[in-house]
Ligand binder design. Structure first.
Ligand code: HEC
Ligand code: HEC
Length: 168
């Protein structure tokens, strides 16, 4: 029988994939994200601290218990290593250099704080949109770290970094 979190997760399938492991560039992968991080984001959508029409209505439809259950469910799934992203080698090597300040927190190897989201194989368009959102101030970060880190990045830097992470 499906776990309670697995049942709640059915309603996320269309956009995120049954196990949070879609191959979309646009919809983020949820499989293997830290449970605490997923929960924080669902609360942020609910409270309007993070802007997304589709996610705000999804998050408002969940009870707090369901938020806990679905966060644990996706956190417990492993991301597959399959990757259909069409990578550009020159962009990846540029992005790798630009991401030197990011890897301690986001991987692709070990992360200092396990509650920080890993970025490896996350969707390209999604990554670009989030970095621009932190830079423009439309995504707030309660930890306060991201806006300062992306303030100096150009659009070209952001695209290279997104290439690097999407291609992992
Ligand atoms: C109609 C499509 C749709 C459905 C259904 C949907 N989502 Fe989303 N989800 C999105 C989009 C689009 C984003 C990116 C929004 C943004 O830019 O902040 C997102 C982002 C997220 C994030 C943030 C991921 C990150 O890395 O920060 C979480 C967590 C999430 N969704 C959880 C869920 C859960 C749990 C469900 C089911 C209860 C669900 N979503 C259902 C479209 C959807
Ligand atoms: C000191 C640790 C730290 C460093 C260094 C750091 N980040 Fe972050 N990053 C975080 C935290 C914490 C979050 C979650 C913030 C939130 O809740 O919005 C985050 C969120 C993100 C997200 C959103 C992930 C998602 O799933 O939606 C992206 C993309 C990102 N960071 C990219 C970068 C890039 C690119 C760099 C380097 C230029 C970088 N980060 C450096 C800690 C860090």
């Amino acid at each position: 029988m499906a776990s309670p979190g697995g049942q709640v997760a059915f309603s996320c399938t269309y956009c995120h994939g049954r196990y949070g492991d879609n191959q979309s560039d646009y919809y983020p992968k949820l499989a293997g994200l830290p449970a605490k991080y997923i929960k924080d984001q669902l609360l942020a959508y609910r409270e309007g601290r993070r802007d997304s029409l589709s996610m705000q209505s999804m998050a408002l439809a969940l009870s707090l218990a369901e938020i806990d259950q679905v966060s644990d469910f996706f956190a417990s799934r492993e991301q597959s290593l399959e990757n259909v992203f069409l990578a550009d080698e020159a962009q990846i090597s540029k992005g790798k250099k630009k991401a030197l300040t990011c890897v301690a927190c986001h991987g692709p190897e070990e992360r200092v704080d396990p509650n920080t989201p890993p970025l490896a194989r996350q969707g390209y368009d999604y990554l670009v949109a989030q970095l621009v959102a932190y830079r423009e101030g439309t995504r707030l970060d309660t930890n306060g770290v991201m806006p300062a880190l992306v303030a100096g990045l150009s659009d070209a830097d952001i695209e290279a970094i997104a290439h690097y992470y999407a291609a992992q």
